[in-house]
Design a protein. Structure first.
Length: 376
């Protein structure tokens, strides 16, 4: 099939990852980038050998089929709408939008124009999480009845050059990192029925310790510690802890408990890691072997070899458009995850259970053969 032309809208930190990793994949070619700061676009374009466009020029470019929206979360809706109105497919960084109403409006516009909308995260397509999916679908631990997931650290102010937006409305650990965890839960065990949560802002102000703004203060506008319960349509109940007020902890990233055993998963923020299965009361941990192309380490981070295949979801969407099939990082999946996350925050404010109005099908599993097709 002919490669679809890709444009990048927003040339901040995350754009470098897409530009660096997209060449690993087939079905697409990144051709241009744009940013409100035209100098930033020119710098990125020169760095990766693509052309720089104005924002308007990118949406009008004849050789661009999909525009990747890498702007800040509060701009995602307006930018994605502009892209759709220009007749282009859009693939957004997470979170897809910040309200269910915004997501529904984009869905209506995309449907009316015969266009696709996709959204990160795509880490659930990684080898480790697809291995867990295969095990669960095969009944390795019986029906999933419960589980836990934890995403905890002490925030971004010690490494990100401009961490302000993490602590503003639209930021916080649920909306920023939660998509990786909740999306993986939905692809593993299905949609969520209702949620409940408690939340707090333990520190009303943060001090930046990263360069170049070390010493500056940030006012915190959104909860940074949240404890939530997620009840799934399947009957499973998952406890989720999300906090940027934790220096150290001993929680596993994700554990799922079934009628016959348990599965321990690696961090859903990453594509690879060990998947362990324990059966019954006294069963020893087993680490089933499975060679999945999106689980093979391709980067070195400190003292660890890691798999990083960001843009896998974008490649799958390009292939899906060409083949006329559903794409895995779909609008329906992203919108359901947005509703789960915003309902968690609403419940934290109100103290009430919040029932979901959206739902979605689990995205199709990505087996080894299908993953190889995505790779260049």
């Amino acid at each position: 099939m002919a490669d679809l032309g890709i444009g990048i809208m927003g040339c901040g930190n995350i754009s470098a990852a897409y530009l660096r990793l997209a060449p690993l994949f087939s079905g697409m070619q990144i051709r241009a980038c744009a940013d409100l700061n035209e100098d930033a676009a020119k710098t990125r374009a020169a760095e990766f050998g693509i052309r720089a466009e104005t924002v308007d020029g990118l949406t009008r470019a004849n050789d661009i089929d999909i525009i990747v929206n890498l702007t800040v979360p509060v701009a995602h809706y307006d930018v994605s709408r502009t892209i759709l109105e220009a007749g282009k497919h859009v693939y957004s960084e997470k979170p897809f939008v910040l309200t269910v109403d915004e997501g529904r409006k984009l869905a209506e516009l995309a449907d009316a124009r015969g266009l696709r909308v996709g959204s990160a995260p795509d880490t659930f397509l990684g080898g480790a999480h697809q291995q867990a999916r295969k095990l669960i679908d095969a009944g390795a631990i019986g029906a999933v009845t419960g589980g836990t997931c934890h995403v905890m650290s002490h925030g971004m102010e010690d490494w990100h050059p401009n961490p302000d937006f993490f602590f503003q409305k639209g930021g916080g650990p649920v909306l920023d990192v939660g998509p990786y965890y909740i999306t993986n839960l939905v692809q593993l065990i299905g949609p969520v029925r209702r949620v409940a949560a408690m939340s707090s802002i333990p520190a009303a102000e943060r001090t930046i310790t990263s360069q170049p703004r070390s010493g500056e203060k940030i006012t915190v506008e959104t909860p940074t510690t949240i404890h939530a319960l997620l009840e799934f349509h399947s009957g499973a109940i998952i406890t989720m802890g999300a906090s940027w007020d934790v220096w150290q902890h001993g929680h596993a990233p994700m554990e799922l408990y079934g009628e016959d055993g348990s599965i321990f998963l690696p961090d859903p923020n990453f594509f690879s890691g060990d998947v362990d299965v324990m059966l019954g009361r006294d069963g020893a941990a087993e680490r089933p072997r499975w060679d999945h192309p999106l689980g093979i380490p391709n980067e070195r981070h400190g003292d660890r070899d890691m798999a990083n295949y960001r843009a896998a979801g974008l490649s799958d969407m390009a292939h899906a458009i060409s083949q006329g099939r559903p794409h895995r990082c779909s609008l329906e999946l992203a919108l359901h995850v947005v509703e789960i996350m915003t309902a968690i925050l609403e419940s934290g404010d109100s103290g009430k259970f919040i029932a979901m109005e959206t739902s979605c099908e689990r995205p199709a599993a990505l087996d080894e053969g299908e993953a190889r097709v995505l790779l260049a």
